[in-house]
Design a protein around this ligand. Structure first.
Ligand SMILES: [Zn+2]
Length: 70
């Protein structure tokens, strides 16, 4: 599990934290359990495409169920 860190300016290992994310869709605020990646060197939040995709899938599920969207 490595990704590019802007602060370290290189490829670093990262850790994943599960957190509650909020996203607004069509005037509703959707809460869902998402993931974020953090650089193990400096703690900077990293953009990881596969994690971003996972979050989108989870958000989509939540939006369809509408349990988390109010
Ligand atoms: Zn870093």
């Amino acid at each position: 599990m490595i990704a590019f860190c802007e602060k370290c300016h290189g490829m670093v290992t990262y850790s994943i934290k599960t957190i509650i994310l909020k996203k607004e869709i069509k005037e509703k605020t959707c809460k869902f359990q998402g993931m974020k990646a953090y650089c193990t060197e400096c703690g900077n939040e990293l953009f990881v495409a596969s994690i971003h995709d996972q979050n989108l899938i989870r958000l989509e599920k939540e939006y369809k169920n509408s349990n988390g969207c109010k």
